[in-house]
Design a protein around this ligand. Structure first.
Ligand code: GLY
Length: 381
């Protein structure tokens, strides 16, 4: 049995949660109904391109997390859930969106949290439709869900979105959906996760035969390098695949990715944007990868049957969170609108480099809320 202890971190994490709430509230007041993606010199609203339209769930997702953290029945909790509903509802038509591979990001952060808070069946129908739409991306030849880029492309990021298909399969009992989700995970495991637990960003397939051709990248340094955020999507996503399928191979893959992360990241827990970039370039960290890794490790710590390893992941996640809270938040920079500095979106396109990024903010808050809740729920020794 793991003891989910926080010790001296509790006050630090609570202070950071308060700061994050102020930052989100400030943006809502300054730019009502605006959905941020990445900052430019610390400012959310700008005319920079989006590349792909995948982040709209994260801002309302933070509001759902704040509501849960404050207690949905409290005045603060109600304030946050009212706001979360206002920002979640306009996303409903995206349940039919076939342009992106990100319906898990969009709906698991919003409608899933909303449904869990209220039990309203109409919300579950939205989640099921999103899962069914996502499954339409499946390529029989090749056995993968295609990325937004093209038919022959598989992205590691899709491991974070396949969960919505597993969810829809479970809610409807549709075995075809479950098969699609499992096949996608198996193909990703075979083609994008390497023997040492590192990952490639993208795999390309022959559309006529379905044969896997090669690993390549968009946001990483090279096709054969390990882009750190992709690694953390895999670490977290294979854990989710295990939660739904109970296939121990997926848990082992999540652990392999997690162990690569731990053994290749500097001791403070925040990784370079790509582990194989040249030394000078590697000085640029990606704090968002750190936040995702912490959130994924907290979940893995509960899934492992070995309490020693479970505790190791728990304490590693806390170390990452401690570093993020102490060294990466914008608490001492009144002009910075984000919570977490030091994120990277797309280094080659020069989008959101050394900035706040919405997925970093969301998974940072998810991890802090998870850590504080686990410690609160635990019987005191
Ligand atoms: N498109 C997902 C990512 O930038 O990580």
């Amino acid at each position: 049995m793991i003891h989910f202890e926080l010790d001296s971190d509790r006050a630090l994490f609570e202070r950071t949660m308060d700061f994050a709430q102020k930052q989100v509230q400030g943006l809502v007041e300054r730019h009502p109904d605006f959905y941020p993606m990445y900052t430019k010199e610390g400012v959310w609203r700008h005319d920079g391109p989006k590349w792909t339209h995948w982040c709209d769930g994260f801002f309302p997702g933070m509001m759902w997390l704040f509501s849960k953290y404050e207690g949905p029945e409290s005045a603060e909790g109600r304030y946050w859930s009212d706001l979360a509903i206002r920002y979640s509802r306009p996303l409903e038509p995206r349940k039919f969106d076939r342009e992106v591979h990100d319906l898990g990001f969009i709906f698991l952060s919003t409608y899933h949290r909303w449904y869990r808070q209220t039990g309203d069946k109409a919300l579950n129908d939205v989640l099921i439709q999103a899962g069914q739409t996502m499954a339409m991306r499946f390529k029989e030849k090749g056995q993968y869900l295609r990325s937004f880029v093209s038919d022959d492309s598989l992205f590691i990021d899709i491991m974070m979105n396949v969960g919505i298909i597993f969810y829809a399969a479970r809610e409807t009992g549709d075995r075809r959906l479950r098969d699609i989700a499992i096949r996608h995970c198996l193909t990703t495991q075979r083609t994008l996760v390497r023997g040492d637990g590192s990952t490639a960003h993208e795999g390309l397939f022959d559309l006529d035969t379905g044969e896997f051709l090669r690993q390549t990248t968009h946001q990483g340094y090279r096709g054969d390098s390990c882009w750190s955020r992709g690694l953390t999507w895999a670490l977290y996503g294979f854990g989710t695949a295990y939660e739904y399928s109970r296939d121990p191979h997926f848990l082992r893959t999540a652990e392999a990715c997690c162990d690569y992360y731990i053994t290749h990241t500097q001791p403070n827990g925040v990784p370079p944007w790509d582990y194989n970039a040249p030394a000078d370039s590697r000085k640029q960290v990606d704090s968002s990868a750190g936040a995702i890794a912490a959130a994924g490790m907290l979940r893995l710590s509960r899934l492992l049957s070995d309490p020693v390893k479970g505790h190791f992941y728990w304490s590693t996640a806390l170390r990452i969170l401690r570093t993020l809270c102490e060294q990466y938040t914008a608490q001492n920079d009144p002009d910075w609108e984000g919570v977490l500095k030091g994120g990277v979106y797309h280094i080659h396109k020069v989008l959101g480099v050394d900035e706040s990024v919405m997925w970093g903010e969301y998974f940072f808050i998810e991890a802090l809320e998870h850590a504080l809740r686990s410690a609160n729920q635990q019987p005191r020794p």
